[in-house]
Design a protein around this ligand. Structure first.
Ligand code: MF3
Ligand code: CO
Ligand code: CO
Length: 253
């Protein structure tokens, strides 16, 4: 549980979050055409780092708590925090989540998508589609006066109704000039529970949805989180701001 106070951002700070968020979305869009059978996750990392620097930004993951690379690349049974590697080559039928977080003028834009590599099996595509819909349903709950639990409840209800499970061990987070801060945003929960949302709060929603068990195992590299049953996992993430009349997606194009 994060215990920091939840910050309400000023309009000036939200404008900086918009700039960072837009660059993050553009970076994912820039990488998308590279996602093809035969590319290595290291090549995706290197292009992300080059493009980020060329746009005058920094990669938040690089060196964050010792993370060794500029982006996270989470393939198939990897839930999150996959480490790019020259030896990891994408194959037809894989899925890969690419999670990017450029820092622009001190502020963070955090977004991720799961991409299809070539032509995955229908049930794999369904997992990815359901996960994206989970993110959208979570975002749709956001407005002043709603509760943090409403977000998780909407995601969990839909994911489980579709036969999938929701990861508990990783949650969305407050974000601004720091990468991860209060509040925690669980992707499961109960309507009407949790803190009330207020205009000016900025946080991520980033559901990780699994084909099988929601249980996680972290590999010996201390980062790579995989499903305990090695079945597939997908994730989508946006950084959002609570506005006076609802929600603004900061990492949309
Ligand atoms: N971008 C991830 C998130 O959504 C965090 C990655 S931390 C890292 O919160 F160190 F693995 F990069
Ligand atoms: Co992220
Ligand atoms: Co995040």
């Amino acid at each position: 549980m994060r215990t920091e106070t939840i910050v309400i951002l000023s309009q000036r700070e939200i404008e900086k979050m918009r700039k960072a968020g837009r660059l993050a979305a553009q970076l994912l869009q820039h990488l998308e055409p590279m996602v093809k059978p035969g590319v290595s996750t290291q090549e995706l990392n290197d292009e992300a780092e080059r493009w980020t620097q060329a746009h005058g930004a920094k990669s938040a993951p690089l060196g964050y708590k010792g993370f060794p690379k500029s982006i996270c690349t989470s393939v198939n049974e990897v839930i999150c925090h996959g480490i790019p590697n020259v030896k990891q080559i994408l194959r037809d039928g894989d899925i890969i989540n690419i999670d990017v977080t450029p820092i622009v003028d001190g502020y963070h834009g955090d977004t991720s998508k799961t991409f299809l590599v070539g032509n995955p099996a229908p049930k794999t595509k369904k997992l990815v589609e359901v996960t994206e819909e989970c993110l959208l349903r979570g975002i749709a709950e956001v407005k002043p006066g709603a509760r943090i639990g409403d977000i998780g409840a909407a995601i969990q209800e839909y994911a489980e109704a579709q036969g999938f499970s929701v990861v508990r061990d990783f949650v969305g987070h407050g974000i601004s000039n720091v990468f991860h801060t209060a509040p925690d945003i669980p992707h499961y929960g109960t309507r009407g529970k949790g803190k009330k949302l207020r205009a000016g709060m900025v946080f991520t929603i980033e559901p990780m949805i699994n084909e099988g068990t929601w249980e996680v195992e972290v590999l010996s590299d201390k980062w790579t989180a995989v499903t305990r049953d090695r079945k597939l996992s997908a994730q989508f993430e946006h950084t959002i701001a609570v506005t006076e009349d609802g929600v603004e997606i900061l990492t949309a194009l």
